[in-house]
Design a protein around this ligand. Structure first.
Ligand code: TXA
Ligand code: MG
Length: 376
């Protein structure tokens, strides 16, 4: 099926959830119309829509409907054995629409939900026999992942449609996750009817996925909430949280099904420079050893690297939060606009936001120059 993809602007600041309400107040009438149009598509058709979240743009369809979830997989070209995260607008909606009447949220999650919802934290819950969630959303797993997004547009869309949304990142499979509506348009134009444009996703990497159903609990995917924050606010049970194996490595089968697929992959070859000082010597040596003098190269720098002649330099910013917010956007820019052959990226420490950033970078890098060990 082909669509004439519409991009509708929405003003995030015109939406509020007053006094802890589960339903939004929308001051701007155009924004309300756009949200209602997206809600109409989600509730009356099997089609899916692109929408902003605080992490990355999502591609949403009803998590309760097999046909809607099939539309997500089809639009993205995503393998159907990779489970999707369900997005809710309130805990009340989670109970009413997704869980069975006797299902409870396990106690271990309560402090984290209190602190980080709405926000970039996805938790695993058991799929009970009374659950309404589609088996295609969970890829037949005995558990499903759920989060309440903080972006007012995402939360308002889910509340107005009163539809829990299965929503992977709204990129074509293997492309970097989108942090702008135009990234979604670039990848999915003609494949979906509508994209809500609510500006840039400010976190820039996907949500953290945690599993509190096992003992000790596990961090399955590092993301917008850091490991340090989970340990600090989760209570005693989270002090021993285990990081899923290969969070910072490659290959090897892992617990998180999605991790086995090649994600976030630009067309250019990505080379990661780790512990290489100001970068000048290491970069110039790499160029001459590999005969890259006539090729187009982008340099994504973080804290120490210097600009270098003949390289298209892009600055990821001077805080961990800005590196995380800019990473996918600059990868896409280098790839899609500058059309470089190589992207060189400066590695960062794995503290705080650094863990999620390095997890993404190690997945897309085809080579590491410098110290490969401190990453393990
Ligand atoms: O920030 C985000 O989470 C974004 C935005 C759009 O909200 N969404 C997102 O969804 O990243 P997605 O579908 O790309 O991420 C799904 C990942 C899977 O690859 C897997 O790692 C994990 O979440 N996941 C989902 N359900 C799971 C389950 N039952 N068991 C283990 N891991 C699961
Ligand atoms: Mg994704």
């Amino acid at each position: 099926m082909t669509f004439d993809t519409k991009v509708l602007p929405v003003k995030r600041d015109s939406i509020s959830f007053k006094d802890g309400a589960d339903y939004p107040t929308v001051e701007d009438s155009q924004t309300l119309l756009s949200l209602q149009e997206a809600a109409r598509i989600l509730t009356t058709t099997d089609d899916v829509v692109g929408f902003p979240t605080e992490t990355v743009y999502g591609l949403g369809g009803s998590a309760l409907s097999d046909e809607s979830v099939k539309s997500i997989y089809r639009a993205k070209n995503r393998p159907a054995d990779n489970p999707l995260i369900t997005h809710i607008s309130s805990i009340d909606q989670l109970h009413r629409k997704v869980l069975g009447p006797n299902d409870e949220i396990p106690e271990i999650y309560k402090p984290l939900i209190l602190k980080f919802w709405p926000g970039p934290l996805s938790i695993l819950l058991p799929v009970s026999k009374d659950s309404h969630i589609s088996k295609l959303t969970t890829a037949n797993q005995p558990t499903f992942a759920v989060r309440m997004p903080a972006h007012p547009v995402a939360r308002a869309l889910i509340a107005i449609s009163d539809t829990p949304l299965a929503a992977p990142s709204a990129n074509a499979s293997t492309r970097p996750s989108p942090t702008l509506a135009q990234h979604v348009y670039h990848d999915l134009q003609g494949r979906i009817p509508l994209i809500l444009d609510g500006g840039a996703s400010n976190v820039g990497v996907e949500s953290t996925v945690i599993d509190g159903l096992c003992d000790p609990p596990m961090l399955l995917r590092p993301g917008g909430v850091s490991l340090e924050q989970i340990k600090e606010f989760g209570g005693p049970e989270w002090e021993n949280v285990v990081i899923a194996k290969k969070t910072l490595g490659k290959s090897e089968a892992v617990r998180t099904p999605g991790m086995k697929y090649r994600h976030y992959s630009p067309s250019a070859k990505v080379v990661l420079f780790n512990g290489c000082g100001n970068g000048v010597e290491a970069v110039q040596k790499y160029i001459s050893q590999n005969d890259l003098q006539s090729l187009k190269i982008a340099l994504l720098k973080t804290f120490q690297f210097e600009d270098q002649p003949n390289l298209v330099t892009k600055d990821l910013g001077s805080t961990l939060a800005s590196v995380s917010a800019n990473l996918f956007k600059l990868l896409r820019e280098a790839d899609e606009i500058d059309q470089v052959d190589y992207i060189f990226v400066e590695a960062i420490d794995i503290n705080n936001e650094g863990l999620a950033v390095m997890n993404r970078l190690l997945k897309l890098a085809s080579e590491i120059v410098g110290d490969a060990n401190i990453l393990q």
